[in-house]
Design a protein around this ligand. Structure first.
Ligand SMILES: CC(=O)[C@@H](O)[C@H](O)COP(=O)(O)O
Ligand SMILES: NCC(=O)COP(=O)(O)O
Length: 237
């Protein structure tokens, strides 16, 4: 069954907005786990607009589910991950000023770099995942770089879902099949929500994990955090 990893970036956005510690990020993560989340995801960006590096250190010793740290593997990020040693690291090629993640890796061009940084994480026993677009041609190089998994960047699927869900998911199915041929696990994330998640999970072969944050936290404003996590879990059954 596909695991739900709750991304708590937007909890940290709310906390930072007033300069204090409400809502507390660690409390939110522990509640998310208590409500059924099978993992916690954070994306500490260089400007620390939401998740701060300090949050990552605070979360690691108390989480009881899988801990996934996403980010661009700049030196500071690599040092953080090697120091904290989460369950999984997901490498994302974000520009530092990007409002959010908006593309996967060109694994062909960056294979040598990815191979070097992945080797460091694997030597520390950290599962590695590469954030990719739904382009099957990017998958072999991800495997050659030594990744354990790829994470499908699902914004294009979410954007096109309402208009034509069959067309929207087609490249993702092909990319997931290529990942299986290359021996890679498949994760997915970005803009997944209560409308589009079930169809995605039903049609993507061997989908191991989805990481969901923005829509889930927004839904929780109206539906409550516990109820919302349960609703997302129901889409994966
Ligand atoms: C890689 C990915 O898709 C998520 O980490 C997403 O980028 C969340 O980042 P923000 O919460 O900063 O939008
Ligand atoms: N990897 C995707 C993620 O962690 C959350 O993305 P989103 O649900 O906030 O768009």
């Amino acid at each position: 069954m596909t695991k739900l990893s709750v991304n708590i970036n937007k909890i940290a956005t709310l906390r930072n907005s007033r300069g204090g510690d409400i809502p507390n990020v660690v409390e939110a993560a522990l509640n998310a786990e208590r409500f059924g989340a099978q993992g916690i995801t954070v994306h500490p960006r260089p400007d620390e607009r939401h998740i701060r590096y300090r949050d990552v250190y605070d979360l690691k010793p108390v989480l009881t589910t899988e801990f996934n740290i996403e980010g661009n593997p700049i030196d500071r990020f690599v040092d953080l991950v090697l120091d904290v040693r989460p369950t999984q690291v997901t490498l994302v090629p974000d520009a530092h000023n990007a409002i959010t993640s908006n593309a996967g890796w060109d694994t062909v061009t960056h294979k040598a770099f990815l191979k070097e940084v992945i080797a460091r994480f694997k030597a520390s026993g950290i599962r590695t995942s590469i954030f990719v677009d739904a382009r099957p041609e990017m998958i072999p190089a991800a495997a050659e770089a030594g990744a354990d998994r790829v994470e499908l960047y699902t914004e294009p699927y979410a954007k096109n879902y309402a208009a034509d869900r069959e067309a929207a998911i087609a490249p993702f199915v092909e990319t997931a099949r290529e990942a299986a041929r290359c021996g890679l696990g498949v994760n997915g994330g970005h803009d997944l929500n209560l409308e589009n998640l079930k169809y995605f999970a039903e049609n993507i072969p061997n989908l191991l994990e989805v990481s969901i944050g923005h829509a889930l936290v927004a839904d929780a404003i109206y539906l409550g955090f516990e109820n919302t996590i349960q609703l997302y879990l129901k889409q994966l059954r």
